[in-house]
Design a protein around this ligand. Structure first.
Ligand SMILES: C[S@@+](CC[C@H](N)C(=O)[O-])C[C@H]1O[C@@H](n2cnc3c(N)ncnc32)[C@H](O)[C@@H]1O
Length: 265
């Protein structure tokens, strides 16, 4: 460790302590997202006390106050003290309103929820993943390890959450990814496993003369149409199974995108 971390780490292991405690920071943010703290503060016309937040979220005052203070400590919330009676009043920072409250164009709320409810329990079994050399869907969720997408899409709600997660990635990085190389020469583009169409939409924006198609499973395409449709008529969706796709349509496009496809297989 001393070879990689600086010498000052030997005097006091700041970085190591940060690594050891990092999960607490994540959990504080995840819990606030799950409870709706950022949504409440984003829509409130004024800063709120812990008691007001607790009442609105039907949570304990003590627990709420501790959570709000932790969020202040990591600079996700602002706090100010009322001069009359010393009551602490909390409000969102701009980062919390833009990225952690639900529904905004740049919201990462779905990402936080997915990490909290699916990724975090899976990572809790990381030692078993290393020991067994396979994913821990069975142990974590009671789902056969080979059925990755059956596990991810086990209910409509879970499917929607996963799709929200995938969508969140492109909020930040989509434009940079599709413009990292000049793809203007490709007239027909297929995003295989394109999910909500978030990356494909960035393709359409960056290369308006290209024809862009999202290919995914029928249930995913249906859900994308229901929940992620935008006023972008030029983006096409095609549903089917990827194995059939490769057998029947390999000459359809000039380029294929596989973003994130490996990460779950
Ligand atoms: C990890 S996600 C990546 C989504 C998207 N490419 C992105 O980066 O946001 C993998 C995608 O592949 C799709 N997929 C997995 N197996 C498939 C199959 N057999 N046929 C069609 N699509 C499939 C899933 O529905 C999902 O949308």
């Amino acid at each position: 460790m001393s070879e990689h971390l600086s010498q000052s780490e030997m005097d006091y292991p700041f970085k190591l302590l940060e690594y050891l405690n990092g999960f607490r920071v994540s959990k504080v943010i995840f819990s606030a997202c799950e409870l709706g703290v950022f949504d409440l503060l984003a829509t409130s016309p004024c800063a709120l006390s812990a008691q007001q937040v607790a009442q609105a979220l039907r949570a304990s005052v003590d627990g709420t106050e501790r959570l709000l203070d932790a969020l202040v400590g990591i600079e996700i919330l602002h706090v100010e003290t009322q001069p009359q009676d010393g009551t602490a009043l909390y409000r969102n920072t701009e980062v919390a309103s833009v990225y952690l409250a639900k529904g905004g164009a740049k919201s990462l709320h779905d990402l936080a929820i997915y990490q909290s409810q699916t990724t975090y329990p899976l990572w809790n079994n990381l030692a078993d993943v290393v020991r067994d050399g396979r994913n821990q869907n069975q142990k974590t969720f009671g789902i056969p390890p080979e059925e990755v997408f059956q596990a991810i899409y086990r209910t409509e709600e879970k499917m929607l959450k996963f799709m929200g997660l995938m969508n969140s990635f492109w909020v930040l990085d989509g434009h940079d990814v599709v413009t990292a190389f000049n793809l203007a020469g490709f007239q027909n583009v297929v995003d295989l496993g394109g999910c909500t169409g978030a990356l494909a939409r960035e393709m359409v924006k960056a290369y308006p003369s290209s024809s862009v198609t999202v290919f995914d499973m029928p249930a995913v395409v249906e859900m994308a149409a229901k929940h992620f449709l935008q006023e972008n008529n030029t983006l096409k969706f095609q549903s089917g199974s990827q194995s059939l796709f490769f057998r029947s349509s390999t000459k359809y496009a000039a380029t294929y995108s596989f973003k994130h496809y490996q990460s779950v297989s």
